[in-house]
Design a protein around this ligand. Sequence first.
Ligand code: 5GP
Ligand code: ZN
Length: 149
Amino acid sequence: MKFKKKYPQKYESLFLFTNKVVMIRFRIICRKNITIMACIFCKIASGEIPAKKLFEDDKLVAFYDIQPQSPVHFLIIPKHHFASLNDLSADHVHLAGHILVTASNLARETGIDQSGYRVVFNTREDGGQSVDHLHAHILGKRKFLWPPG
Ligand code: 5GP
Ligand code: ZN
């Protein structure tokens, strides 16, 4: 074989291993990109799908929920695709804080800060997550039960 002539035997397994790692990483990146291309909240973040937005900056978008569960119900999403809270790490502390401070600011702007509100991150199946893009629900202007249903 050409490869064997050109390189010593010991490099062959290293070459095959590296090739395999590159192919696996390529497949993971492709799968992630397909997920992002189909993600409804990525499309809202990019403006491809319209939404009634309350706030937007380079990192976040806040918009009203299409099926409100309370008189005030909006969502805050990062523009970057994270499937859920599970995808956050120590690298994302600033982003996580930014989501919460934005929730507090928008609660004041929508007039629910004094009466009270609930901030919810539904996560995965048991948490009731239906859209696999990290989002915070901010719900107000009605009383919520505890424990939640
Ligand atoms: P989850 O069930 O994942 O915690 O919350 C997803 C929320 O996104 C639901 O409350 C649902 O009504 C809302 N939602 C789903 N699709 C759209 C959409 O296209 N536009 C808006 N504004 N909200 C959506
Ligand atoms: Zn997304």
